[in-house]
Design a protein around this ligand. Sequence first.
Ligand SMILES: [Zn+2]
Length: 394
Amino acid sequence: MASLEKLKEIGTLVKCNTDQFFFYEGQPGNTIYIILAGKVGVMVSTVDGFAITVTTLGAGEFFGEMSLLENLPRSASIVALEPTLAISIDENNFNTFICRQPDMTYKILKAQSRRIRQLTDEMKTLKQPDPTPSQENTGVVTKEKYKLSSAGSGLFHDGHKTYGITAPDSHRTFLYTKEVECPICYESFTTQMQRSSKAKLDHIDPDLRQHFVDFEPLWYMMWICPHCYYTNFYTEFQMVHPSMVRVLKSESTDLKSKISINLTEKRTIDEVFALYYIGLYCASMGTPKPISFAKFWLRLMWLYDDVKDTQMSELSAQKAFEYYYNAVYNSSMDVSEEQQQRLLMLLGELALRCGNHEEMLRSYQGAIKIKGNPGLSNQIRDRYQEIKQKIPKV
Ligand SMILES: [Zn+2]
């Protein structure tokens, strides 16, 4: 490891406490970070909207080099899993760095080559399911724009009610306050953020819902900018296409005049629902892909399950099914075989909820055919047998 004194001459020391982010996926950036002490998690958002930690990095390792070398937005989010000290080196100093630290440069080149090889291997296993001619092959959702009426009532889907549930006290220990810069209006705001180091996974349902001990991340997944009302999943908050910035800016005045959101420290389920619906509204700008809507309806379905609104959860299941169906069969997505398996399993579960047994069988059979993750394949086969016993013969 290069000496700290030497590194300090060409870079800036950056310290992040546990759960703080060095940067987010989609953010612009032109610095490489070398970890001097501590540990970070590399998180990417998957196609179905879950943020997963793909790897952890420790002292002597580095991150951010892709944005530095190619001037592309960050390809992953980096969160400190313990107090972490890193040195950040920008484009201008990178040349000096290469000259002064040939051994580190060699390390970076080696890691780059390894990462490219991994990527190539993954590309080889990419596979799309057989296309179905049964539905219109558009890939892009017909513009579903949510009409706003007075007091935001038109924002919600017909049948949505007020549920009056407040977040339990237990949530508090899993949260911290975070300052965020809005990519639309560039104003800063603070928001509640879950501590990724604390949440303890209890179990995962067949429809991929993750259950945590004493905590419900669904309540804190959406970020809203209180200045312009831009709302999105926190994992995708910074990922706005430049062409969308203008559209969202002009819509914000309209949105703000129709609904008032003032998040309290202890949020209510009604605020949570409002955030998902505003997020859905923001997602409907531009030319969204089916997967963009699917992610919202799946989570709305789970939330309606929690408040025991069967009618609304059935409606959300139907919507989620339709959008995931279009995402899987009628649009192009570059996903790994494992992700393809997960999507088909989810589609099967949604079909089951909608009483569409034929589609359920087809999705599960499709998921079984893919040779992705062996553990997941076993899980899929077991679940398939379990469901087949329960449903009437089709
Ligand atoms: Zn804003």
